[in-house]
Design a protein around this ligand. Structure first.
Ligand SMILES: C[S@@+](CC[C@H](N)C(=O)[O-])C[C@H]1O[C@@H](n2cnc3c(N)ncnc32)[C@H](O)[C@@H]1O
Length: 193
């Protein structure tokens, strides 16, 4: 049996019929920070293969609206999801804003392909987070919330400073569903200024 198969959260994900441990990370974030509510409009950055959408859909429901962006295609489809297969660096937030208006929540689980070179991976993750935050500045409604995954490292202080410009409350969360060896942390921005 492979290491992955032994992993508790992987087994749990399979049992629940969802496709990634990411689902449980977001569940833990929700139980602590109460980000999602019925009927919201949610922007999902790096949404494929779709387990965050699966989780959020259970809370937001069919009255909600979902906008998702990813380089990869999506096999899952959701009612009320507009999916864009594209690079987030090509997202023109103003165009999206014109089309959708304010969103209630932005979530970003976007992650670069790892190279094994710590400094390169951290820098790429930081650039993706910075672009996600640029989208937040334009698309997220005042008092709206943001969840953003980042590889922990040298850019921590830089990103914290940017988050504090945009949000009243900035928290760091490391869900139990995160592998022990993983460098990932989640920024929680509560209440856009
Ligand atoms: C950890 S996965 C996201 C998992 C997803 N939240 C879920 O629950 O199914 C990270 C995603 O980021 C996407 N990604 C990486 N760089 C990207 C970029 N520049 N633009 C758009 N998507 C990107 C990858 O294709 C991948 O699907």
């Amino acid at each position: 049996m492979s290491k992955r198969e032994k992993d508790f959260f992987y087994k749990l994900a399979k049992k629940k019929g969802v496709n990634a441990r990411s689902y449980f990370k977001l569940e833990q974030i929700q139980s602590k920070y109460k980000i999602f509510k019925a009927g919201q409009k949610v922007f999902d950055i790096g949404c494929a293969p779709g387990s965050w959408l699966q989780y959020v859909y259970e809370i937001v429901g069919s009255e909600g609206k979902f906008i998702g962006v990813d380089l990869s295609g999506m096999e899952l489809s959701f009612p009320n999801l507009d999916f864009y297969q594209m690079d987030i660096f090509d997202v023109d937030s103003k165009d999206f804003f014109q089309k959708y208006g304010w969103v209630d929540v932005v979530m970003s689980d976007v992650a670069p392909k790892t190279t094994g070179q710590k400094i390169v991976d951290i820098e790429r993750s930081y650039q993706l987070c910075k672009k996600s935050l640029d989208i937040v500045r334009v698309m997220l409604k005042p008092k709206g919330d943001f969840v953003c995954k980042m590889y922990h490292g040298e850019r921590f202080d830089d990103f914290q400073a940017l988050m504090k410009e945009v949000f009243f409350e900035v928290k760091i969360f490391r869900p139990k569903a995160t592998r022990k060896i993983s460098r990932e942390i989640f920024w929680i921005g509560k209440g856009k200024k």
